[in-house]
Design a protein. Structure first.
Length: 173
């Protein structure tokens, strides 16, 4: 159990540093505000063990989100989107449950489950995270077209970066 905790502490710190020191410097998009925002920090929430309590999951989502907000100076947008992702995660896992079920104490990594399932799960979660983020950011349904473009582009690029990160580091738990 302490091994799982130490793995997730290192993952938390590593993804946070990757997001705020490297990914933040990548500027993509056609306008000054950018259309594409790459988020790799939600991977922390996605890889947590299946049987984590909902309260602790929400707390961890808030913690990583608010720390990203601090470095992005974004007034709670990341915290809001990550808490939403943490809230939705158990429902998404129930919808996408593989036929063999989940190993309750292990992380949801491609080493434990199949790559195809992992990519589907990650894509679904990332697009929900991006949609929430851009909806709260715009706070105006009149901009729904722009919100959807930003959601699709940000979600796609975030998914590409996360799949590359997971393929390189190949986490077991």
């Amino acid at each position: 159990m302490s091994n799982i905790i130490s793995i997730n502490v290192v993952r938390f710190i590593g993804l946070l540093l990757l997001q705020v020191l490297i990914i933040k410097q990548i500027k993509l998009g056609l306008i000054s505000g950018g259309i594409i925002q790459i988020d790799v920090y939600p991977l922390f929430i996605l890889l947590l063990p299946f049987k984590i309590t909902r309260e602790f999951l929400l707390l961890l989502g808030f913690l990583i989100g608010i720390l990203v907000d601090y470095f992005y100076n974004s007034a709670g947008l990341h915290a809001s989107a990550t808490v939403f992702l943490a809230f939705a995660r158990p429902y998404i896992l129930n919808i996408l449950e593989p036929s063999a079920g989940y190993d309750n104490n292990k992380g949801l990594t491609p080493a434990r489950i199949k790559w195809a399932w992992f990519v589907q799960y990650t894509a679904f979660c990332l697009f929900l995270h991006a949609l929430w983020f851009h909806l709260v950011d715009a706070f105006n349904f009149a901009l729904l077209g722009t919100i959807l473009v930003k959601t699709l582009s940000s979600g796609t690029f975030s998914l590409i970066f996360i799949v590359i990160i997971v393929a390189i580091f190949n986490p077991k738990d």
